[in-house]
Design a protein around this ligand. Structure first.
Ligand code: ATP
Ligand code: MG
Length: 220
């Protein structure tokens, strides 16, 4: 469902990704790893169409992204849930509203918004915090709300960039278990992380980047 064919991405004089080839099938859970600056975030941004490749082709769910009109990008993005570091919770909105936003911008009616938000909060085990504000939640709980927001619109793929960055090891392991549960529902999950503890013993595919090159694949 996601195919990279000879993809390169340059920023000014800096090559962020060089001649990358891989495929991810529907329903897979895959880790992207590598040291700082190896190109993990860039790779996720290319899938989310936040950046364009300078060379090569990327196809997502049958769409050739280089043939996509700018106006079609929002429609393709509807299939993608994101857990990115720069998409934080809104501090002046409660948990219900934070999760509901993803549906409201799609014009879903109020009754359905309510059902889906509560469902999604149940998945992350935080149904009881629906009326809380983000600052009343721990870091791990906030991250679970971000995940609830990412899945509420029933995407086919979820992209997560260092989703456990500021969390202690046990809480981080809980987040990865949650992604595995979501993956069991058939949602494709792609997690970028430099932290090898996260994929150790997961039995999931790990794609390794180094200095913009895809240097290997293993099973975590
Ligand atoms: N907007 C940008 N402008 C210029 N250079 C960039 C930009 N974004 C990324 N780069 C460069 O591209 C390379 C890959 O960056 P990227 O953010 O994808 O790495 P990363 O693997 O996510 O690193 P980290 O683990 O630190 O998050 C780096 O050398 C970085 O400096
Ligand atoms: Mg990064």
């Amino acid at each position: 469902m996601i195919h990279f064919h000879n993809v390169s991405k340059h920023y000014d004089n800096q090559t962020a990704l060089r001649n990358i080839n891989f495929s991810i099938e529907k329903g897979e859970m895959v880790f992207i790893t590598g040291p700082s600056g190896s190109g993990k975030t860039t790779l996720l941004k290319l899938i989310y169409l936040a950046e364009k490749p300078d060379e090569g082709n990327i196809s997502i769910a049958g769409w050739e992204t280089n043939q996509l009109r700018e106006s079609s990008i929002p429609f393709l993005r509807r299939n993608i849930g994101v857990v990115f570091q720069d998409y934080r919770l809104l501090s002046n909105r409660n948990i219900f509203e934070n999760v509901a936003i993803a549906l409201m911008i799609r014009g879903v009616n109020d009754k359905e918004v309510k059902t889906r938000v509560l469902d999604s909060l149940k998945t992350v085990n935080l149904r009881h915090r629906v009326n809380s504000y983000p600052k009343a939640l721990s870091g791990g709980e906030q991250q679970r709300i971000v995940i609830a927001r990412a899945i509420v619109a029933e995407p086919t793929v979820v992209l997560a960039d260092e989703p456990t960055g500021n969390l202690d090891p046990d809480t981080a392991a809980g987040i990865i278990r949650l992604f595995k549960e979501i993956n069991l529902k058939g949602i494709t999950i792609i997690v970028a992380t430099h932290n090898r503890e996260l994929f150790r013993n997961t039995c999931k595919r790990v794609i390794r980047l180094d200095n913009g090159n895809l240097v290997g694949e293993e099973v975590g």
